[in-house]
Design a protein around this ligand. Structure first.
Ligand code: KG4
Ligand code: ZN
Length: 366
């Protein structure tokens, strides 16, 4: 299928409300897509549930769903107020329908359906991963095709983005997601939750050479990740040294950070090499999404890898790399412009890979 098929011109401007509740962020945003396909954010309100989950060292699905129920109405009202528009002015309502924690997804999708029914607006049921995948078109106007590296608390994958609804998964994790690995390492080093920022901060003060942790799967050519063996190696090292001094904690964090940075940069090099081999003559582009994009060591190693490959690297502002409503509104707008609409019977889905057949717009619109 040709990429040009998805270049749409002459569409009317569309204003969408986007709702995101698939993990531990309750989020809503209003986004405008103009006639030429450019996007702008009118409001983007995110409430992170740090406090609800802090004591547990990870996201507790039941608590997450309850917090979404409690907060979503307020967050939607705030997004509408900040955008300074009424519901009657919306062209559609987009809500994440999966993948994610099913209780939370149900809260957001049901709210989206209720608003769509009450105001007589179309509903677009958005795949959360598509929200991440298309964000760089909202922020940087990037054109297809490009490679996306999604590294968050729930996902670690390379996806070739050929068009709206047209994705090819090149690799994923066979166990933990990268953000999850950061969170687990933080927990076993007693650094709190969410762990990524804490591990990064402490790692910067440590000696990365004191411990050399494994780089699982890296000798294999496939573009997959595996982090659970690395996490176990970190745990065994921590247990061997216990009780840990501050220097031990910093050195272990630094060794872990060095290992994951090496893994991600190596995989990015391999993925960009595949991009160039499969699409000669197409300028290689790499987009990073997900909360781990905030990690400076990883982002700068990706910058080096992209530069070596002669590739453009796009890292959207971190508030749009982590979960948010603007990415959902934007993905909804891109789909809406191509004729996609969903019925009020749209299902909430715990699993929904980007390359599922019902992501294709041709099927979708039929
Ligand atoms: O995309 P995100 O906000 O939520 C989802 O998981 O969907 O990503 C959150 C993840 C958490 O696992 C968090 O520890 C990680 O991103 N993270 C980081 C950093 N900031 C957030 N990991 C490494 N370094 C960071 N600076
Ligand atoms: Zn996400």
């Amino acid at each position: 299928m040709g990429v040009d098929q998805f270049v749409v011109t002459g569409q009317a401007q569309a204003i969408l409300l986007g709702i995101e509740t698939s993990c531990d962020e309750t989020a809503a945003a209003v986004v405008v897509r103009d006639q030429s396909g450019r996007g702008s954010i009118r409001s983007n309100v995110v409430r992170s549930q740090f406090e609800e989950h802090a004591a547990f060292g990870g996201v507790v699905p039941e608590l997450a769903a309850r917090a979404h129920v409690e907060w979503l109405d307020h967050i939607v009202a705030q997004a509408m107020a900040e955008a300074d528009i009424g519901f009657d002015r919306l062209d559609a309502i987009a809500a994440t329908a999966g993948p994610g924690l099913i209780g939370g997804v149900l809260v957001g999708l049901t709210t989206g359906k209720a608003l769509a029914a009450a105001w007589g607006k179309p509903l677009v049921a958005v795949n959360h991963l598509e929200g991440h995948a298309l964000t760089a078109r909202l922020t940087d106007g990037i054109s297809f095709p490009y490679l996306m590296l999604l590294v968050s608390g729930g996902h670690s994958q390379f996806v070739l983005v050929r068009g709206v609804g047209d994705y090819q998964r090149w690799g994923g994790t066979i166990d933990d997601a990268l953000g999850e690995a950061f969170d687990k390492v933080a927990k076993l080093l007693s650094l709190g939750h969410p762990g990524g920022p804490a591990v990064e901060r402490i790692a910067a003060t440590g000696d990365e050479k004191r411990f050399r942790f494994p780089r699982p799967l890296l000798r294999e050519a496939r573009l997959d990740f595996s982090f659970s063996g690395l996490k176990t190696a970190v745990r065994l090292q921590a247990e061997a040294l216990a009780p840990l001094t501050d220097a031990d904690v910093a050195d272990i964090a630094a060794g872990f950070q060095a290992s994951v940075t090496d893994i991600v940069a190596t995989r990015a090099r391999q993925a960009l090499a595949r991009f160039k081999a499969e699409m000669p003559g197409v300028a290689p582009q790499l987009v990073v999404a997900g909360g781990v994009a905030a990690n400076r060591a990883i982002a700068s190693a990706l910058g080096v890898a992209a530069a070596e490959a002669g590739a453009r690297l796009v890292v959207p502002p971190i508030g749009l790399c982590t979960d948010n409503g603007a990415m959902v509104a934007w993905a909804g707008a891109e789909r809406l412009a191509l004729g996609a609409r969903d019925g009020l019977d749209a299902m909430a889905r715990p699993r929904w890979p980007l390359d599922a057949s019902d992501m294709r717009l041709i099927d979708h619109a039929a």
